[in-house]
Design a protein. Structure first.
Length: 332
């Protein structure tokens, strides 16, 4: 089963080829293009996907030693994401699939992230708790199997990754600022400043990060520019402490022993270190995708599509459509 995976939900064009294992994948990031505007410009994102998809597909197939005629199915991101960007990927997938007489399967972007650790070794076994933490999402899910997802808690406002980027912008670090903020935090003095830990004691699995961003604004106005590293450290420490506390609580409530962390913020070294210590102390197993598969990529879409096709989906129920807003629990 040779599957082509296509990811175009936002500002990265990802293409991959999967056949019982990942044969090849490539990602083109639009970061440098959007940096001049301080954030993603949807129209520019869509146009760049148009330019990149065909060359990337040719590159990935060549590296995998395969031809388009060898494909048996295509997976593409149907949603959620930017409408125009999703339309580019869906159009390409359905057009190519019809020309080859093979199925095209629309995949939920977050399902791709949820299942991405299964591409790596060792892969987690079902069931597990998953923390989806990225620029657009912060959610805790109970995952029983393919298509069996239960939302345990989510952010009530900003996602963790969004708070990272906004805080980085406040400190003059550009876009996207999350990685730069984390790097700056490493040179900061622990404990010099202390920021709020929103909802850490709420007793549930909900998150909130917009108030933390506001607290950074206030602190940055009072502190000298030379203190930016210390502010970054205070911010990262606050976010990590909240994420870790909620994950631990989710493990306790669920009674499960496997935690998966996926999404772009899952590559954050401070978060990985803190979760690793908790996992060791509390005796649960921790799983991540490969670092290159934490951000948006075609590999996770190809893998999810392969699982869907193995379940008997033939693509017939996936008429040409995109879903900019799509509840993960609505899929089956």
């Amino acid at each position: 089963m040779l599957i082509l995976g296509i990811e175009t939900s936002c500002d990265e064009t990802g293409v991959a080829v999967y056949d019982g294992g990942l044969l090849a994948h490539a990602v083109h990031s639009q970061v440098s293009m959007h940096d001049a505007y301080g954030g993603v410009v949807p129209e520019l994102a869509s146009r760049d996907h148009v330019r990149r998809l065909v060359p990337l597909t040719r590159e990935v197939l060549s590296r995998a030693g395969r031809r388009t005629a060898d494909l048996t199915g295509i997976g593409y991101t149907e949603g959620p994401g930017l409408a125009g960007a999703l339309l580019v990927g869906a159009s390409f997938a359905h057009g190519l699939a019809q020309s080859l007489g093979i199925p095209a399967v629309g995949i939920h972007h977050l399902e791709g992230h949820l299942l991405s650790p299964l591409i790596s070794e060792p892969a987690p076994r079902f069931p597990f708790v998953a923390l989806l933490v990225s620029g657009g999402h912060t959610q805790l899910m109970r995952v029983e199997g393919i298509g069996r997802y239960l939302l345990l808690g989510e952010t009530q406002d900003d996602a963790a990754g969004e708070a990272f980027d906004k805080t980085a912008k406040l400190l003059g670090l550009g876009y996207p600022g999350g990685p730069a903020l984390s790097q700056l935090a490493q040179s900061g003095t622990p404990g010099r400043y202390r920021l709020p830990r929103p909802m850490i004691g709420s007793g549930d699995l909900e998150f909130s990060f917009s108030g933390l961003k506001t607290a950074v604004v206030t602190l940055a106005k009072q502190a000298a520019p030379a203190a930016h590293a210390d502010i970054a450290r205070a911010f990262v420490d606050a976010v990590v402490e909240v994420l870790v506390a909620k994950c631990v609580h989710a493990m306790e409530l669920s009674g499960l022993t496997r935690l998966v962390v996926a999404g772009g913020v899952g590559a954050n070294r401070q978060l990985r270190s803190a979760l690793g210590k908790e996992a060791e102390q509390r005796g649960f197993d921790l799983f991540y995708p490969q670092p290159e598969l934490c951000t948006d990529n075609g590999a996770m879409i190809a893998f999810a599509a392969a699982q869907r096709l193995r379940q008997g989906q033939d693509g017939a129920e996936h008429a040409f459509s995109v879903r900019p807003r799509w509840d993960l629990e609505a899929i089956s």
